[in-house]
Design a protein. Structure first.
Length: 68
């Protein structure tokens, strides 16, 4: 599913990595800020269910993997 989503984003020239958004996935403090910002915007989010910082961090890592 993630691989298909990444392909769809690529077809529309949308960013598929955090690096494309100038975020270093290896910089924990920077990633924590992105996660906090994302979780604050739950109203605008497509997330369903329980999404916490650990779940979101794992999701970012999986998307980064499939975007290589």
């Amino acid at each position: 599913m993630l691989a298909q989503l990444v392909q769809a984003y690529q077809r529309f020239n949308l960013p598929t990595t955090l690096a494309a958004l100038e975020v270093d996935i290896n910089n924990r403090a920077e990633l924590d800020r992105v996660i906090a910002h994302t979780l604050r915007r739950r109203v605008d989010s497509l997330f369903t269910g329980d999404v916490n910082p650990e779940v979101l961090r794992a999701a970012f890592e999986k998307v980064e993997y499939f975007s290589r």
